[in-house]
Design a protein around this ligand. Structure first.
Ligand code: KE4
Length: 437
């Protein structure tokens, strides 16, 4: 996608355009995470100045209804007053000690209360660290080298996970980024999502070598894709049968699709779970956890090393703990379900009435509208989407004051602050956008 600033972009967002120019001189691509660069939709990324509730405001002073929500964490809405107050009070007590605190026990207990499959957990500073560490623990626990992941799933940028599918179902992986060594990639097998026969076949062929299967139980990273009936049960049955560790990567779905994540929705008990995003309440927190039998291989109890200067940081843990306690007391999930259902159905009607056929997926308050007429169950289906049409829709919505994820292959998120009037304004903006593109 052409990322050269168009005159239109410069005119509409002159300050963001100038900041982007300056940023690109000193930061690769002008961003600290690639998806923010608008490469998937073209044009200049908006530089954000502030956010509150369901909206964000850019450097040019324009305010948008926000469906990115920092890629998932902001389920309470931006700058929730109780979260902000808790962070403020915590900061006055110092920002980091590099020593254990009572807060970390409380956050662990809050997570364990929501995720019965987790008996112990270790905090990290990102989802990437959580999944990277979980894989090391699974390999240390089983003594096996190989891992299985699914096409279209993203688990952060750890080397073992930046691997794409090899040619055959059980053939070994190929690096998906320069810098990932072939000898690392060959221990990762990537297979199609929502295909029970593919995972059965891999385990029939090399099951005794497989340490772990890592999966997004509801995928957000090819766009939102739900597991088909029986798929997760098949993954659980097969990993159990072969003694492989089943890792649910719930960095996005944890406390999002339900308080207990996808494992609560689909009633599956994984061996390990990775978390992030919402458990930090917008500050950097990740976590990996599971049965004590597995987690007790982690240093300093066991020999599998894992560490982090800011793991369990008191400010970040305070933001996360306040967020999780609010989610427990407010139980926003039924309202989030209703609001997101109304949004997705409204956008679907607007598309249909404008002659567009899109295929929408939704689980809880995460959703994606794919610009393809066919239902999307895996990467093959998602990749058939018309990316150019999505890019035009993205920019038309931006002009109408709605900020969607700048990629067809990302999920959108609804927060507690997306009330009926905001949902209605979004649907109206979509109607106008579909008629323009
Ligand atoms: P982080 O290292 O970005 O905290 O988490 C990595 C990660 C792990 N697992 C899942 C299921 C994830 O969705 C993510 C990160 N998600 C992306 C959004 N697709 C973060 C946005 C970005 O990369 O800037």
């Amino acid at each position: 996608m052409n990322n050269v600033m168009t005159d239109k972009t410069k005119l509409q967002h002159p300050i963001s355009a100038d900041l982007f120019e300056r940023a690109r001189q000193v930061i690769p691509g002008g961003v600290n995470s690639p998806v923010r660069a608008f490469r998937g939709v073209g044009g200049t990324p908006l530089f954000i100045q502030s956010a509150r509730g369901a909206t964000i405001t850019d450097a040019d002073g324009r305010t948008y209804i926000d469906y990115v929500g920092s890629w998932g964490p902001m389920i309470l809405g931006h700058a929730h007053p109780e979260v902000i107050e808790a962070i403020r009070a915590a900061a006055l007590r110092g920002t980091s000690y590099g020593a254990p605190t009572e807060l970390e026990i409380e956050l662990a207990l809050e997570v364990i209360d929501a995720f019965p499959s987790i008996e112990k957990l270790r905090l990290t500073s990102s989802g990437t660290e959580a999944t990277m560490s979980a894989l090391r623990v699974a390999r240390g626990f089983t003594g096996r080298p190989k891992i299985v992941k699914f096409e279209g799933c993203y688990h952060g940028h750890g080397d073992s996970l930046l691997v794409r599918a090899g040619s055959g179902v059980a053939t070994l992986g190929l690096p998906d980024s320069p810098g990932v060594l072939p000898e690392v990639a060959l221990n990762t097998i990537t297979i199609p999502y929502n295909d029970p026969t593919a995972i059965e076949s891999v385990f029939d062929q090399i099951g005794s070598e497989i340490a772990a299967v890592i999966i997004e139980p509801v995928v957000g990273n090819m766009g939102c894709v739900a597991p088909r009936e029986g798929f997760l049960q098949a993954v659980r049955r097969i990993t159990e049968k072969h003694g492989a560790v089943l890792i649910f990567d719930e960095v996005m779905t944890g406390f999002r699709v339900a308080r207990g994540g996808a494992q609560e929705v689909y009633r599956i008990r994984p061996d390990m779970t990775c978390l992030g995003k919402i458990i930090g309440g917008g500050l950097p927190v990740g976590a990996f956890g599971g049965r004590s039998e597995i987690m007790d291989v982690v240093a300093p109890v066991g020999p599998v090393y894992q560490a982090g200067t800011l793991s369990g940081n008191p400010l970040a843990v305070t933001a996360g703990l306040t967020t999780l306690r609010l989610l427990k007391s407010l139980d926003p999930y039924p309202a989030l379900e209703r609001a997101t259902k109304r949004l997705v159905e409204g956008i679907g009607r607007a598309a249909h009435e404008s002659g567009w056929r899109i295929s929408s997926n939704r689980v809880g308050s995460m959703f994606t509208g794919f610009f393809t007429p066919d239902a999307v169950y895996d990467w093959t289906g998602a990749s058939k989407s018309d990316r150019k049409a999505f890019a035009r829709f993205f920019h038309a919505m931006l002009e109408k004051g709605v900020y969607l994820a700048p990629s067809q292959f990302e999920a959108g998120f609804v927060s507690m602050m997306h009330d009926d009037s905001i949902i209605d304004r979004t649907i109206e903006a979509a109607r106008m956008a579909f008629n323009r593109i």
